[in-house]
Ligand binder design. Structure first.
Ligand code: 13P
Ligand code: SF4
Length: 301
């Protein structure tokens, strides 16, 4: 049997489903039952009735799945696959600001550890951040951990006061304005599609700004036929599958998240065979970090 056939057989035997983010390698996306952005994966994780969830992504995704569905077994193909930005906020600063602003809402990007989520009033993803922050009654918003997504949200909601945090995605934040300008010269007429984790100078050059699923939806509906993609290269798999008649150009040839690329087919097979790499979250931590995640799911409904 091939690795894929073994995975399919084990999935049936263990009543398991495979959830994959758009950034994992193509061959892993191809065997997944559900492929999507962080928001979609969290909704699937909260509602699936499978016994085992194999979360093909980074550790905060496995952690969120486990918190949202504590009855289920959640397996991570690579326990070392971690989003560096998930750790880039300081709990003391949050407590300080809470004292300073009475009506402060701590808005926490889902790319964060469970410990950080416990300090949050609500979680957001790049797909629902605008909608959720608009819906909050609070005027003062502390947006953690991603400064770039925070600044983007703030630019669209001028009536609220935002405080930003010094955190960023190392993969998106290093894309420069010059690189986008170079790609635009090379591909005149192509639309520029950008993930909001990029820096403001890059967002300023975008024809569309959105989450991975937003980018995929936009590319399918646009009257333009060619696109410069300013997010992790893994999205090309779905973009090309859905739009064989359209041209997609990566803005640079090294737009790769090393952590997402740690997830391989062999590791998916191993966790299914051995039931290893279980995601465990301390019950009290799970209970307190579930609240902002559930509030996100309610507000974005
Ligand atoms: P999405 O919210 O588009 O899934 O992005 C998650 C992510 O990790 C982006 O770097
Ligand atoms: Fe984290 Fe950036 Fe990788 Fe997304 S692309 S998982 S934000 S390091």
């Amino acid at each position: 049997m091939t690795v894929t056939e073994q995975i399919q057989a084990l999935k049936k035997e263990k009543n398991a489903v495979i959830l994959a983010h758009y950034y994992v390698p193509d061959e892993v996306q191809e065997i997944a039952d559900y492929i999507g952005d962080s928001f979609y994966l969290s909704k699937v994780a909260a509602t699936t009735d499978a016994d085992v969830l194999v979360l093909c992504g980074v550790s905060f995704m496995g952690e969120s799945a486990r918190i949202l569905n504590p009855e289920k077994t959640v397996l991570l193909p690579d326990m070392e696959a971690d989003c560096p930005m998930a750790h880039m906020a300081d709990r003391e600063k949050i407590q300080e600001l809470k004292k300073q602003y009475e009506d402060l809402a701590v808005v926490c990007y889902i790319n964060s550890t469970a410990e950080l989520k416990t300090c949050a009033d609500v979680c957001v993803t790049s797909a629902n951040a605008l909608e959720i922050v608009r819906a909050l009654p609070n005027r003062h918003i502390f947006f953690i951990p991603d400064e770039n997504l925070g600044r983007y949200v703030a630019s669209k909601i001028p009536d609220k006061h935002f405080i930003f945090n010094d955190g960023h995605c190392p993969v998106h934040a290093r894309l420069s304005r010059e690189a986008v300008e170079r790609a635009k010269k090379e591909h005149p007429g192509a639309e520029v599609l950008v993930h909001p984790e990029c820096v403001p100078e890059v967002l300023a050059l975008a024809d569309y700004i959105g989450s991975t699923s937003g980018i995929i939806r936009y590319a399918g509906g646009s009257s333009c036929k060619s696109f410069i993609i300013c997010t992790e290269e893994g999205v090309l798999c779905e973009l090309k599958k859905r739009n064989p008649d359209r041209q997609f150009y990566m803005v640079t040839d090294d737009f790769r998240c090393p952590d997402m690329k740690k997830v391989t087919l062999d590791k998916v097979l191993k966790v299914l065979e051995e039931g290893c790499n279980r995601v465990e979250v301390d019950p009290e931590l799970s209970r307190t970090s579930m609240r902002p995640l559930e509030r996100m799911l309610e507000l974005a409904r």
